[in-house]
Ligand binder design. Structure first.
Ligand code: MG
Length: 158
């Protein structure tokens, strides 16, 4: 049986933090704030994986009150989620994700993000799609108050 999972995440942009998306450090004057490295793309993929098996959300498994996850690479959290999913007999088939960021332009870094995610998830890079969309100046994303990401995954179960 094939199941689908959907994930969404949003983090605030602040000065003095690195911008990490899909495990790739992106040159930027602002970075994402959060307990881990605040990699909103990796978090959205992790949320989608958890969603595919109805395992709750990322905060349930990796609470932002736990000092073990302070400042860690979110690829580590993503691998932890993959292990939870794999332990239940599911196999990840593919990922399709979109990052919503007004700036910087991400297009040249998307293949590297897809590769880092694919390596972490143990699937082929052509099974991982990472896209970027501009919010066209609209709303909180357009004002660069934050960056959001959405992801869908499919998994094979049983
Ligand atoms: Mg998050």
């Amino acid at each position: 049986m094939t199941r689908v999972g959907f994930g969404f995440d949003l983090h605030p942009l602040v000065a003095g933090r690195p911008l990490v998306l899909g495990g790739v450090q992106v040159p930027s004057d602002l970075g994402l704030d959060g307990h881990s490295d605040a990699d909103v793309l990796s978090h959205a993929v992790a949320e989608a994986l958890l969603g595919a098996l109805a395992l709750g959300d990322l905060g349930r498994h990796f609470p932002d009150t736990d000092p073990r996850w302070l400042g860690v690479s979110s690829l580590l959290l993503l691998k932890g989620v993959l292990d939870l999913v794999t332990a239940r007999g599911a196999r990840l088939i593919n990922v399709d994700a979109t990052v919503l960021a007004q700036a910087p332009r991400l297009v040249s870094l998307l293949p590297e993000m897809a590769k880092r995610l694919a390596d972490t998830l143990g699937i082929a890079v052509d099974a991982v799609s990472v896209k970027a969309k501009s919010p066209e100046g609209l709303g909180l994303l357009g004002r660069r108050e934050g960056i959001a990401a959405m992801a869908v995954v499919s998994v094979e179960v049983g």
